[in-house]
Write a protein that binds this ligand. Structure first.
Ligand SMILES: Nc1ncnc2c1ncn2[C@@H]1O[C@H](COP(=O)(O)OP(=O)(O)OP(=O)(O)O)[C@@H](O)[C@H]1O
Length: 280
C-alpha cells in the first residue's frame, strides 16, 4: 500500500520535524560552572533522538564528560535544564527508559570475579540471583567473556576488563548507552574490534548511544552524528552527519568517503582550536 502523502500546506520544517525520531534526551540551554568557578560549559542545546549514535569529540577540557554527566543525570546543570523522554529525571528507569553508563576506567572490584562485577548493580538493588544471573550470563556471552566468568580482573587484559564494564552496563538492558571514552587506553587493534562489537550491539538492541572519544577515526566509524566541541569555554561548534549505512565494516575504514568525513571532522576541530570561535 502506498503511504499517505504529507500534506503540503504544512511548512516544510514542521513536516521534517514530524518525521524525525522522538527526542530521548534534550539539553536545553544547560551550562555548567563548577563550585571553584570553572566554567566547563557555556549554554548548550542538543537533542539526542531515538536510534542516534552520537559522538562527542573535541580537545581536552572542552566539557565532553561534563555534558555526558549531565545527560546521565549524575551532574546537575548550573543554569538551564535537561529533559528525558520529554519529562524530568523521574522518567529515567521505567521500562524502555533505562540508561546504562560506561566510564573511561572500567572501575572493577579487584577482589570479585568477573561475574560478581557484572552482577554488582543487581546486588545493590537486592535482585535475587535467580533473576539476575541469566542476564549476567547473557551480557557476558554478548561481550565474548563467558569462559572468564570466574576469573578475577587481574587475570584479564585491558580490553577484556573494558568488556566486563560494558557487560555490566548491558546486563541492566539499557535503552540508552552513555560511554565516556571507553576505549581510550586500548591499542588500535583491540579498539577496532570493540568498536565493531559496540556497533553490533547498538543495532541488535536498537540502542540510542552517546560516545565520547578523542579519535576522529573512531567517531567517523561509529557515528550517525558527530558533535564537535571547543574549549574555553566548553561549547558545541559544529555537527557532522555521517550518512553511511549500517552494518559498517573494515571496507568503510579504507574508503574515500571515510577519508573525506575524517577531513571534515579535522577541519571542524581546527576551528575548535581558534580562540573564541563560536563563543558567546
Ligand atoms: N569537579 C570539577 N570541579 C572543577 N572543575 C572541573 C570539574 N570537573 C571538570 N572540571 C573542569 O571542567 C572543564 C571540562 O572538563 P571535562 O572533564 O568535562 O572535559 P573533557 O572534554 O571531558 O576533557 P578530557 O577530554 O580531557 O577528558 C575542564 O576545565 C575541567 O578541568
Amino acid at each position: 500500500m502506498t503511504p499517505a502523502p504529507l500534506t503540503f500546506d504544512e511548512p516544510e520544517a514542521k513536516a521534517a520535524a514530524r518525521l524525525q525520531p522522538a527526542p530521548v534526551i534534550e539539553v536545553l540551554s544547560a551550562e555548567k560552572v563548577f563550585a571553584d568557578g570553572t566554567r566547563a560549559l557555556q549554554p548548550v542545546d542538543l537533542t539526542l533522538r531515538a536510534g542516534d549514535f552520537m559522538t562527542l569529540i573535541g580537545p581536552s577540557g572542552c566539557g565532553k564528560s561534563t555534558l555526558l554527566g549531565m545527560m546521565s543525570n549524575l551532574l546537575q546543570p548550573s543554569e538551564g535544564r535537561l529533559s528525558w523522554w520529554r519529562g524530568g529525571p523521574e522518567k529515567i528507569g521505567a521500562k524502555g527508559r533505562q540508561i546504562g553508563i560506561v566510564f573511561q576506567d572500567p572501575t572493577l572490584m579487584p577482589w570479585a570475579t568477573v561475574e560478581s562485577n557484572v552482577r554488582l548493580l543487581f546486588d545493590l538493588d537486592r535482585v535475587p540471583a535467580s533473576e539476575s544471573m541469566p542476564r549476567v550470563r547473557d551480557a557476558l556471552a554478548r561481550v565474548g567473556l563467558s569462559k572468564f566468568a570466574k576469573h578475577y580482573p587481574r587475570q584479564l587484559s585491558g580490553g577484556m576488563r573494558m568488556r566486563v564494564a560494558i557487560a555490566r552496563a548491558l546486563a541492566t538492558d539499557p535503552d540508552v548507552l552513555l560511554m565516556d571514552e571507553p576505549f581510550g587506553a586500548l591499542d588500535e587493534f583491540t579498539r577496532h574490534k570493540l568498536d565493531a562489537d559496540i556497533l553490533d550491539m547498538w543495532q541488535e538492541r536498537s540502542l540510542t548511544a552517546v560516545f565520547v572519544t578523542h579519535s576522529i577515526y573512531e567517531a567517523v566509524f561509529l557515528s550517525t552524528r558527530i558533535v564537535v566541541m571547543a574549549a574555553s569555554p566548553g561549547r558545541i561548534i559544529h555537527e557532522i552527519i555521517v550518512d553511511e549505512p549500517f552494518p559498517r565494516d573494515e571496507s568503510f575504514r579504507v574508503s574515500t568517503r571515510f577519508a573525506n568525513l575524517c577531513a571534515d571532522v579535522l577541519n571542524a576541530l581546527s576551528l575548535a582550536q581558534k580562540p573564541n570561535h563560536g563563543a558567546s
